[in-house]
Structures are given as C-alpha cells and as structure tokens.
Design a protein around this ligand. Structure first.
Ligand code: CP
Length: 329
C-alpha cells in the first residue's frame, strides 16, 4: 500500500486501514532496529527539521533518531534560541526553512491547529508532533502499536484512559485510533477533567476509579497538563493522587495481565506510584522504544515508501528494497 497523504496532522482523519498500514510498516522497522546495522537509505538526501516550540524529550529525540536511521540530514530547531523570539511568524519560519531545502517539518506547538495551518501552504511534509490539546498522532500510533504487539489485537479490547482527558492531545489521538481499530474505550478521572461530551465520540465515561480499572485490558495513565489548565480543575495534587493515583493497592482492581501504559513524562507519586511505573505490568519504556519504529514508518510512508511488502524482502535485501521503495521526488 502506498501512503496517499502529504502530511500527518491527526488520526481523526485516517481510516482504520491507513492506521493499520502504519502499524504494519512500523513492525518491519522494529526488526531493522534490532539488527547490528540499523541504518537504511530511504531518506538519503532529505532534510528533516525538528521544529519544537514546546519542550519534549521522547518525541524530539525519537524523531531525530528515526530520521538518522533513515539516512536523512537532521536539524533540531528550538524556539528559545530562534528568531521566533524576535517576532518572526511561524509561517515565515517555515518558508525560511523551506528555502534551506527542508523536506520534512516535525512541528510541536502549544496552539491547537498549528500543523494544519502550516500544511495549507507548506511545500515540505508537515508532521504533527503534538499541537495544544488537540492531537499527538505519533503517540496514538505508538500506543496502538504497543497494545497490538503485546495483546495480539486491538479489536474488542477494553482500554481505560485515566487522568486529565480534557487537556490531553494524547487522549484524543488514542481515542481516535483505538475506536477505529475496534477497542472499547473508557475515560476516567475527576468529572472536571472528563466531561460527558466524550460519550458522543463513542467512549464510556466514569468518574469512579474502581469501575474504570476493573475488567480493563489496558490502563493508559495521563499526567495533569498544568501548562494548559487556565483554572484549577481540582483542589490540589494530593487530593488527585488520593482519589485517582494508581498505586500497588489499587493494582488489585486491575486484571493481572492488563498493560499499564503512560506516554511520559510520568509524575511519580502523583498519577502513578513508582512501584507501578516500574512494575511487571508496566510497558512504559516499551512504548518509548516502539515510538522510534513508528516514527521511522511515518517518515518512510510520507516520503512515498510502500508498506509493508517492500520491507519484507528479508535482511539481506532490505536496504535495497527500501531504497527502491522510495521514488525520488
Ligand atoms: N510523550 C511525549 O510526547 O513526551 P515528550 O513530551 O517528552 O515528547
């Protein structure tokens, strides 16, 4: 299958088969990442710019590594040390980066819709690396990838997303991907952070932690997004932890084979206790590892690569087939 999109802006607008195609391609890249020689040539001669206007550890580094593994040149752009601080607009910044032959712009921005705005006039491929409280599509993809890899399927699974749903772009991308792939999604947390309007998306909403945890195949925890909350949504963090924090005692409400997930950064002792974050059911670091393969797949497909049969030629032929799979633009 060839990817028909110029940009990756959200998961809401992708079909189940398009999402599955990205996950299948990522599975092939994961095998490449397990080899001694991890570099393949599909993005040779291309320039990837990480344009991060908000802080990031996992997303920025894994996009950088993904681009390097695909043989691209990589530029890391941080807003603090750029001419954005002197009043240059985002559009002018994009056009200057394109004048320097940027082929991909990986954008993280505090404004919801910023990647969609750039995509209206961009010549480069725009990849949304998190826009405000709107979406974080590669996080949604890597979470879906991790669930499918661990559970063998997504269809029919019960997935609980627990925490600050209202302000979470991770929650929105997870909801779109998981519902399209057939999961039953429960949203849980304080009523001020989990509004009933999400029922209209097809999610179950509960403000009862025990009901949210019992029977779930996957529990995905979210941190409180303080940077996006304009008013205090609950009395204090201590009360949040007392009512909704996941600790070892509450793990007795969770199925023994349920996956404990978190997109990071985790706030130990707030939404999750250390013995749960580091416990046997936690797949938090696997999510980070899978993010690399997913981001390689996204860059590869946007560049015109074919998924996933071109990657199935086997280790010996893989570099060659990957090269052929990426027609020059
Ligand atoms: N999950 C996530 O987006 O983490 P970073 O903010 O560190 O990129």
């Amino acid at each position: 299958m060839t990817w028909n999109h110029r940009h990756l802006l959200d998961l809401q607008s992708l079909s189940a088969s398009e999402i599955t195609s990205i996950l299948d391609t990522a599975r092939s890249f994961k095998t490449i990442n397990e080899r001694a020689v991890k570099r393949v040539p599909p993005l040779r001669g291309k320039t990837v710019v990480n344009l991060f206007v908000e802080p990031s550890t996992r997303t920025r580094i894994s996009f950088e590594l993904a681009a390097l593994r695909l043989s691209a040149d990589v530029i890391n752009f941080t807003a603090e040390s750029s001419s954005l601080k002197k009043g240059e607009t985002l559009k002018d910044t994009l056009q200057n980066l394109e004048a320097l032959n940027a082929d991909f712009i990986i954008l993280r921005h505090h404004a919801s819709g910023a990647p969609h705005f750039l995509s209206r006039f961009a010549k480069a491929h725009i990849v949304n690396a998190g826009d405000g409280a709107h979406e974080h599509p590669t996080q949604g993809l890597l979470d879906a990838f991790t669930i499918r890899e661990r559970k063998g399927r997504i269809d029919g699974l019960k997935v609980t997303i627990l925490g600050d749903i209202l302000y979470s772009r991770v929650a929105r991308s997870n909801i779109w991907a998981l519902l399209k792939l057939g999961a039953e999604v429960t949203l849980a947390g304080p009523s001020t952070l989990v509004p009933l309007v999400f029922q209209q998306w097809g999610c179950r909403v509960t403000w009862d932690l025990r009901k949210a945890l019992e029977g779930a195949d996957v529990v995905n925890l979210l941190r409180i997004q303080h940077e996006r909350q304009r008013v205090t949504m609950f009395p204090n963090l201590g009360e949040y932890t007392a009512l909704f924090g996941l600790n070892s005692q509450r793990m007795s409400w969770v199925k023994p084979d349920a996956l404990i997930m978190h997109p990071g950064p985790i706030n130990r002792g707030v939404e999750i206790e250390s013995d749960v974050a580091d416990g046997g059911q936690s797949v938090i670091l696997e999510q980070v590892n899978n993010g690399l393969a997913v981001r390689m797949a996204v860059l590869f497909l946007l560049n015109g690569g074919r998924a996933p049969e071109a990657l199935d030629a086997g280790p010996k032929n893989n570099a060659r087939s990957l090269d052929e799979a990426s027609p020059p633009k």
